[in-house]
Design a protein around this ligand. Structure first.
Ligand SMILES: NC(=O)c1ccc[n+]([C@@H]2O[C@H](COP(=O)([O-])OP(=O)(O)OC[C@H]3O[C@@H](n4cnc5c(N)ncnc54)[C@H](OP(=O)(O)O)[C@@H]3O)[C@@H](O)[C@H]2O)c1
Length: 256
């Protein structure tokens, strides 16, 4: 039984806790009381322990999970003293291990990047370093991607941003159908099914490149090729690359 102390019971860590519980993982959750309503609902739903304060979490936990926003990390570090040797897992984007060490002292650190699909054990679970013992605990939340360098971890963080951007793309595509007269549920179904179909086939055809599959569909003169030309002319794909570069630059600036 692992006693996982959660400092920062927010949107992401709530989903992680629910996913860990759902997987049958042998974990007890000790929650910071700061986000009281969320922590109380978790305590009620899955029997987490709501602790008196952050220090009580730090004192009782075998492993600490930190899920505050980057700008809130300094304040949290000032507030608590962690027991020597207790490992810390951080899901805080853009904060390298060197900064965590400066704030929380020498101990084993794991950086993890997940998505809200942790709740249903279908998240990408990017973990640095690859040798981290925490990787085993987190693996039940979805598809583990173990990363040997912090640079690779920042690349995986760009992947986590893509995950967020996909929702906006899917929303816009759904809305286009709705504006053309489709019922919202039908439009939703059509868009989601189309993406699922694409992901499933790309996995089935692995290791074929995804561009290769696309090219076999968008042959000259097809409607798919015509639409692709419009996307190219308007810089559709280039805009996605630019967004990736922007985020990666920001993340790397933190690592120098
Ligand atoms: N959401 C995602 O999809 C996602 C994906 C990947 C990574 N992340 C990373 O996960 C972290 C959390 O994101 P989020 O979206 O879950 O944010 P969030 O919902 O705002 O969660 C952060 C929580 O931490 C609490 N908190 C702040 N300072 C605290 C302290 N000193 N002690 C105890 N609790 C404290 C906040 O309470 P208050 O509201 O009172 O400030 C809030 O409930 C971020 O660093 C983000 O980079 C998130």
């Amino acid at each position: 039984m692992i006693r996982l102390g959660v400092l920062g019971v927010g949107d992401l860590t709530e989903k992680m806790i629910r996913g860990l519980h759902r997987s049958g993982s042998d974990t007890t959750f000790l929650l910071s009381p700061r986000s009281r309503a969320r922590a109380e609902s978790l305590a009620q739903d899955i029997g987490c322990e709501l602790m008196r304060d952050n220090q009580a979490v730090a004192d009782a936990a075998d492993v600490i999970l930190v899920g505050v926003r980057p700008a809130q990390l300094g304040e949290l570090a000032q507030e608590i003293v962690l027991k020597p040797g207790v490992p810390l897992i951080s899901v805080v984007s853009g904060v390298p291990v060197s900064d965590l060490q400066r704030m929380f002292g020498a101990r084993e650190y794991t950086r993890a990047m997940l998505s809200l699909a942790s709740e249903i054990n279908r998240s990408t679970v990017a973990v640095y370093p690859a040798s981290s013992a925490a990787a085993q605990l987190l693996a039940v939340l979805g598809n583990p991607v173990l990363l040997a360098t912090e640079r690779e971890f920042e690349l995986a963080t760009v992947g986590a941003c893509m995950n967020g951007w996909f929702y906006f793309l899917l929303h816009d595509l759904q809305q286009w159908f709705v504006q053309k007269g489709f019922a919202p549920d039908d439009a939703r179904q059509l868009v989601l099914s189309s993406v699922e179909d694409c992901v499933a086939y790309a996995r089935y055809k692995s290791p074929s490149g995804m561009g290769e599959i696309g090219s076999s569909i968008a042959t000259p003169g097809t409607y798919t090729a015509q639409g692709l030309d419009v996307l190219d002319k308007l810089g559709g794909n280039a805009a996605w690359k630019a967004a990736c570069e922007h985020v990666f630059d920001q993340l790397n600036a933190k690592n120098v």
